[in-house]
Design a protein around this ligand. Structure first.
Ligand code: ADP
Ligand code: MG
Length: 723
């Protein structure tokens, strides 16, 4: 006999008392050599076997639990591997109807050595009727009287029973018993808490990790099971938040630029705008400026619905950086968007004397103030006067453009892009960029401030989870003098009515988008649809001029079509989803979307954000196939609300976060207990706990944090990596 031995999670199964040799062999075969693996092998589901059936045996589709006495047993066939073991039983608590039930186990004739006449069993299984006989095949059973050898406190029956996913040699009953024994014999101290929950009060009052784990395996009530799940979900979120918060701390450890401008350039910019910033824009800008002034690098998400005015805020931030003597770059997901940002920059920044350059896959326009007919910057800023936290930076005059706008081509052509003085990177529509690409940009040797912009309204629980290492500014307010967008979902058979409606608006001088979905990445099919559609709409809407825009046109062609649309030479623009984000033509107040059901709700919301940019009321028509009730019903939400957050939540609910947020989600470990949508409160709670833990012990260096440190991992921060 071994010495008195205290079990730990590292103890081998042999140290657990009462495990049978067969069970030990089974565990060994599967390489389970620490009992910790058993404790952390969580049930996939639980079966409610508490309801003892005192009634008669009757066939049913659901498994039932009975207490029975064995009347006789027999082996059919040859007793070898092919045989069947049968036990005929009656109800143990009286048998008024003189009913019998036959239990059958195929290829398990060894049971003749286990089960014998007069034993009482708890059985659990489905009863069926075969040739006037009531039969239960392969019931789960437990011997409740008799030899006592198999008596396991009603572990397999007459309670809420855990069911485990099995692999290889593992068998449900002995595996369940092994986990039971382990949990019986493990002291609570072998399962110490990870969560620093306050002792008293709250949902988890009195709950420890040990208790939660026991409850998870062997709940007395389903409420206990849910409580355990939530506890362990909180633990999971806590670890996640610790990683995010720590990464945030580490990011801030880097030394970056401190951008402190004189203020005059920003002032002239804001004064020159044809509108006032909304309060939400001002608040976001203030948050960004405060970050820029700090010597630590900024890592911020600017988050706001389409049309909320993120670009202006970003340009203002870029100006501040330029005024402090550095470069700023703005990266867009598509060429056309980059070009549009470029146009905005030309309009608003160049008059202030800022040198702007464009770098896309196709195009390099080097900003040189002369090109745009502007003089050198005239704000009197020279290198000596401009504040900087670094020494040895190149003098302004010889160091290229102040503002570089581009697509991610910027990333691959670092030399040409000349980012030597890069102080701020603004990334538009970040979720279209791969996480790796972002990391690549940030890791270019310099440590610029990073501002990520997204129009995907992200529920708060997801920002914490997906962007937990970012600070978040939200523009939750649309500029006032915007027209409403009225959205209608229509079957395609209504196309004539819609045509009439559109014609009326075109007569009034408005313009219209017609969008065909991008069917696959190859763009071949959607190109076909858009081309055909262009022909049809040209006829319907004649004599108004129509243009066609699709991803296969070269940049020159695209730009020329866009320009003609913007300038009103074309009234109708038929396009694929290349216009998806950012295109800004206030006079375009109509949008027709074909095959709208192919898009997600959030994407449709983004699309319709192209209209409603001027003061006129705008109209979006979403076409769905004739008779497609499901699509009609699903898209109706867009007709009912223009609240991007609500739409995003619904999209998330229907399609899951992976789909909605694309690559931002990839590489993230799947959650075992938590669900991002349902457990909002737990995520928030986890964040608070993580903040508190790291505030007290940023490196998790304290001895009591040793386990936490291992679980959170010692990864070194890589620039810009998320989750
Ligand atoms: P987002 O990028 O958030 O979708 P944009 O920055 O493209 O939005 O802004 C959409 C339009 O609204 C642009 O034409 C912009 O000039 C205009 N705009 C931005 N802020 C305001 C404001 N405070 N008042 C009026 N118009 C604004
Ligand atoms: Mg935008």
């Amino acid at each position: 006999m071994p010495q008195p031995y205290v079990l730990t999670l590292d103890s081998p199964p042999e140290q657990v008392e009462g495990l049978r040799p067969g069970t030990l062999r089974m565990l060994q075969k599967e390489g389970i050599d620490r009992i910790g693996e058993l404790v952390l092998h969580f049930p996939v589901r639980h079966e409610d076997r508490r309801q003892l059936n005192f009634t008669a045996f009757s066939p049913s589709d659901t498994p039932v639990c009975h207490r029975v006495r064995i009347l006789k047993t027999r082996v059919l066939g040859f007793g070898g591997r092919g045989g069947v073991f049968e036990a005929v039983v009656e109800g143990a608590s009286g048998n008024p109807m003189n009913q019998q039930l036959t239990l059958r186990w195929f290829k398990m004739t060894f049971l003749q050595k286990v089960l014998a006449v007069d034993m009482e069993l708890m059985i659990y299984g489905r009863i069926k009727e075969i040739k006037a006989r009531l039969v239960m095949d392969h019931p789960d059973y437990e011997i409740v009287t008799g030899t006592g050898e198999d008596d396991e406190h009603g572990l397999h029956t007459s309670r809420i029973v855990p069911v485990y996913r099995l692999r290889g040699a593992l068998k449900q009953k002995p595996f369940r018993s092994a986990i039971w024994e382990v949990l019986e014999q493990l002291e609570d101290s072998a399962l110490p808490d990870l969560l620093p929950l306050p002792r008293a009060g709250g949902e988890f009052a009195g709950l420890s990790r040990a208790r939660a784990l026991r409850q998870l395996h062997h709940p007395e009530e389903f409420a206990e099971l849910e409580q355990a799940r939530r506890y362990l979900a909180l633990e999971e979120f806590y670890l996640m938040q610790l990683r995010a918060v720590r990464r945030r701390h580490q990011f801030k450890q880097n030394s970056g630029w401190s951008h402190v401008p004189h203020g005059s350039l920003l002032r002239s910019f804001l004064d020159g705008l044809p509108f006032q910033l909304t309060q939400a824009q001002e608040r976001s800008l203030d948050e960004i400026l405060a970050d820029l002034a700090l010597p630590q690098p900024m890592n911020r998400l600017l988050h706001g619905d389409v049309g909320s005015g993120k670009t202006v805020v970003a340009l203002a931030a870029m100006l501040v950086v330029v005024e402090s003597g550095h470069q700023a770059s703005l990266m867009a997901p598509t060429q056309i968007l980059a070009e549009q940002h470029y146009q905005n920059a030309l309009r608003w920044l160049v008059p202030l004397g800022v040198r702007v350059a464009l770098r896309t896959g196709d195009k390099v326009i080097d900003g040189d103030a002369g090109l745009f007919g502007c003089g050198r910057r005239d704000d009197g800023l020279s290198q000596d006067e401009s504040p900087s936290t670094r020494e040895g930076r190149a003098p302004l005059a010889s160091s290229g453009p102040d503002v570089i706008i581009g697509t991610h081509a910027l990333l691959y052509d670092q030399k040409k892009s000349n980012l030597s003085r890069l102080g701020l990177v603004v990334i538009d529509e970040q979720h279209k960029f791969g996480v790796a690409q972002r990391a690549r940009l940030v890791a270019q040797g310099v440590m610029p401030d990073v501002l990520v912009m997204t129009a995907t309204p992200i529920p708060r629980t997801l920002t914490l989870t997906l962007y937990g290492d970012l600070d978040v500014s939200t523009i939750d307010q649309r500029p006032k003098e915007r027209g409403r967008i009225i959205t209608a979902v229509r079957e395609i058979t209504k196309v004539d009515e819609v045509t009439q409606f559109v014609l009326t608006r075109l007569e009034e001088g408005r313009q219209c988008y017609v969008v065909y979905p991008l069917i696959d990445e190859s763009e071949k099919l959607d190109l076909g649809a858009a081309t055909t559609g262009h022909g049809e709409w040209s006829k319907r809407l004649a004599p108004h001029a129509t243009g066609l825009l699709h991803g296969r046109m070269d940049a020159e062609e695209k730009e020329s079509v866009m320009r003609r649309f913007r300038d009103g030479e074309i009234q109708v623009l038929v396009s694929t989803t290349v216009i998806e984000v950012g295109v800004d033509v206030p006079n375009a107040t109509l949008m027709i979307i074909h095959d709208a059901a192919r898009f997600g709700l959030a994407q449709l919301h983004q699309l319709r954000g192209r209209i409603g940019r001027g003061s006129h009321t705008s109209y979006a028509v979403l076409f769905v196939p004739k008779g497609d009730k499901e699509a009609l019903e699903r898209l109706q939400l867009l007709a009912e609300t223009s609240d991007g957050f609500k739409i995003a939540e619904e999209d998330l609910r229907r399609r899951g976060p992976g789909d909605v947020l694309g690559s931002a989600q990839s590489g993230q470990s799947p959650l075992r207990f938590g669900t991002l949508l349902a457990d909002t409160r737990l995520v928030t709670m986890a964040r608070k706990l993580a903040d508190r833990t790291l505030a007290a012990d940023p490196l998790l260096a304290a001895p009591e944090h040793a386990r936490l440190r291992t679980l959170v991992g010692d990864e070194v921060f890589e620039g810009g990596t998320m989750q």
